[in-house]
Write a protein that binds this ligand. Structure first.
Ligand SMILES: CCCCCC/C=C/C(=O)SCCNC(=O)CCNC(=O)[C@H](O)C(C)(C)COP(=O)(O)OP(=O)(O)OC[C@H]1O[C@@H](n2cnc3c(N)ncnc32)[C@H](O)[C@@H]1OP(=O)(O)O
Length: 385
């Protein structure tokens, strides 16, 4: 709330006989009404009351009629504020209104919170990612459309860093993850492990252990994220792009999207804390449908299972999802953080423990024959094109 507006502007509020410089006019009064709508923060109540009184004095002149009764607190306060300007001409009131709004606009610009925390510039250098601030929205966009936004090791690290930067960024109130192209994300880039395929046992173990650290820290960043985390699913989502959704606070999906976690065919195991969040969200049988027998589900089924909040027709997805995130970003930031912390606090320690367990297991799976055969088959498929 704007409380400490400039002394000049405040002086206007309490002295109806304020001497008026002849700079006010109807157009300045109208211009001030437009500027008032641009304030990033709402003025506090006593300023709003004075704006009301000046507006009425400017447009109607001295207050008429009876003072409202005791129980009509608001009506009485408005009457008294207007009455306090009795004797001020309409022109003077227009000038004082414009002066007050001018003070608010100056104050608003000066108090716009600066982004805090590390700059996002370095993050912009990560191939496959775009990181931006759009008003109060901290946006992470997967931008590797030719490879269906499959996640490289750098992208994992870049998203983790972006989540951490957003946590410390006071100029934004929500974090959004979106994607360019026809896919939301095809999951782990299976060529991440290409180097290890056919390597010695030690080389494979070394690859598995370094990948485990990347995965662990990536998922940790979601568990520890303090702002509302929103996913805009513009197309099919595979693997880890699906499993981490259990840690999002709102998910909007186009009706062209699908959700697939092919862990068994890949000789791998569930991650993203999904072995805990999915049974919690959708029940054990539905969780098994996705994570055990690896059924691909539609956007509507994902919504029925509690993984998606809204399914939107594809041709309306961009506009509707943008409208939704802009609305969310205008909610009071402190309340958003406090209420998200409450909602997630009861599971946080468990999620951290689950992430440890899942990462230990998947690191073993990456060294299994089943996994190597699956990855080799995928790479061979690409080679035959
Ligand atoms: C640090 C490690 C952390 C690991 C975390 C654990 C995460 C686990 C997972 O995410 S498991 C899931 C992994 N993802 C997949 O198994 C999907 C693999 N992709 C496919 O099966 C298919 O591409 C498809 C079904 C998604 C789409 O098939 P199709 O429509 O036939 O398209 P293409 O296969 O031709 O793909 C187009 C283009 O994109 C490349 N690509 C797609 N997905 C991936 C991928 N996951 N990894 C690498 N590359 C991918 C594909 O090779 C094609 O590229 P090209 O045109 O050949 O250059």
């Amino acid at each position: 709330m704007l409380r400490n507006i400039s002394l000049t502007a405040r002086s206007v509020l309490y002295s109806p006989q304020t001497s008026v410089r002849c700079f006010s006019s109807q157009s300045e009064f109208e211009d001030a009404q437009k500027k008032l709508k641009t304030l990033k923060e709402e003025p506090d109540n006593d300023i709003k009351l004075n704006l009301y009184a000046l507006f009425k004095q400017a447009t109607t002149g001295d207050v008429q009629g009876k003072r409202p009764g005791m129980i009509d607190f608001v009506g009485r306060a408005k009457f008294d504020a207007w009455n306090s300007l009795k004797g001020q001409t309409q022109d003077e009131a227009k000038t004082n209104y414009a002066k007050l709004v001018g003070g608010l606009v100056t104050e608003d610009a000066a108090t716009a919170p600066e982004p805090t925390g590390p700059s996002i510039d370095g993050l912009d250098k990560v191939d496959g990612l775009e990181v931006s601030r759009e008003g109060k929205i901290f946006k992470i966009t997967l931008n590797r459309p030719k490879k269906f936004n499959a996640l490289t090791l750098d992208m994992y690290k870049g998203i983790q860093k972006a989540l951490e930067v957003s946590n410390n960024d006071k100029s934004t109130s929500i974090t959004v993850i979106a994607a360019n192209g026809t896919y939301f994300c095809s999951g782990n880039d299976l060529t991440n492990f290409k180097a290890a395929a056919g390597g010695t046992k030690e080389q494979v173990a070394e690859m598995a252990n370094s990948a485990k650290v990347v995965l662990h820290d990536y998922v940790d960043a979601y568990i520890k994220h303090e702002k509302p985390l929103i996913a805009l699913i513009n197309g099919p989502a595979v693997g880890i792009a699906v499993t981490v959704l259990g840690m999002f606070d709102y998910v909007i999906a186009t009706d062209k999207s699908s959700f697939h976690t092919p862990f068994a065919p890949l000789g791998q195991s569930p991650e993203g804390a999904s072995s805990y969040t999915f049974p919690l969200i959708m029940g054990s049988l539905r969780a098994s449908e996705l994570l055990l027998v690896c059924k691909k589900i539609s956007a509507q089924t994902a919504k029925d299972y509690g993984l998606v909040n809204e399914v939107v027709p594809d041709n309306e997805f961009q506009s509707q999802s943008q409208k939704a995130i802009e609305a969310f970003s205008q909610l009071p930031p402190e309340s958003l953080r406090i209420n998200k912390k409450l909602l997630r606090s009861f599971h946080k320690d468990k999620l951290l423990e689950v992430n440890d367990t899942e990462c230990d297991l998947i690191a073993e799976r990456w060294q299994s024959k089943e996994c190597h055969q699956a990855i080799a088959a995928f790479i061979m498929k690409g080679a035959k094109k």
